[in-house]
Write a protein of this length. Structure first.
Length: 223
């Protein structure tokens, strides 16, 4: 049985991946962004590696072809994060990339961009709803969803339950920015605008603006 990790952008996935690499070494396989050969490499890796990591955007194809078998024969986990915090983190990361957006663009302006205004990877990195990375045919597909806000503790518990050593997670690929609530305090109306843009995520994920971590559990099924 392989441990299967689907990575969601700006939810701590890089830290988890390298934490898994510390445990499994070469036995942890990362599926690359090659859509043409993705399923071939993903399915082959399940048979030859103890751990397989993949970008969450590809999970729908994996579930379509191997969903029942995947959940029956392997342990699948992924991540989630407060949408308000995740937006600020993705904006800061996109500015750092520079080829994605100008490094002078402010959160309000970034919120207004349309799909054709930025590279596709930037668009999906920020605006693909987390719900689309968490549910398949309206059912929560993963055995476990770790909250970014409690990532070290929840990852350690998962690894212990699966019989693997809990090696402390490195903090990698973190976007450099002020505490995320500061941006909302400094720009009137930004909170409401982000809430409108990420309405789907905020209607399903157990987060509010005022709480640092999740306020409950994800529903097993959505409408």
């Amino acid at each position: 049985m392989a441990l299967v990790f689907f990575r969601s952008p700006k939810c701590g996935g890089t830290s988890v991946y390298y934490g898994l690499k510390d445990v499994f070494g070469d036995d942890c396989f990362l599926c690359q962004h090659d859509a043409k050969n993705y399923m071939r490499s993903f399915y082959a890796a399940l048979k030859t590696h103890k751990c397989v990591a993949s970008w969450a955007g590809y999970y729908a194809e994996a579930m379509r072809l191997h969903g029942r078998e995947l959940l029956r024969d392997h342990y699948v986990f992924t991540l989630m994060r407060n949408p308000y915090a995740r937006f600020i983190s993705s904006w800061a990361f996109s500015r750092f990339k520079k080829e994605w957006i100008p490094d002078t663009m402010e959160p309000r302006d970034f919120l207004r961009v349309s799909e054709g205004d930025v590279p596709g990877v930037c668009w999906h990195h920020t605006y693909r709803p987390q719900v689309e990375n968490l549910y398949w045919e309206k059912e929560l597909y993963a055995h476990r969803v770790l909250a970014n806000e409690n990532l070290t503790a929840e990852y350690g518990k998962l690894m212990e339950e699966q019989g693997y050593p809990d090696i402390h997670l490195p903090r990698l690929n973190a976007s450099k920015h002020k505490p995320w609530r500061k941006y909302y305090e400094e720009e009137p109306g930004l909170q409401e605008a982000v809430a409108a843009r990420f309405k789907l995520d905020l209607s399903v994920l157990p987060y509010t603006f005022d709480q640092d971590g999740p306020t409950g559990s994800l529903p097993g099924r959505i409408r």
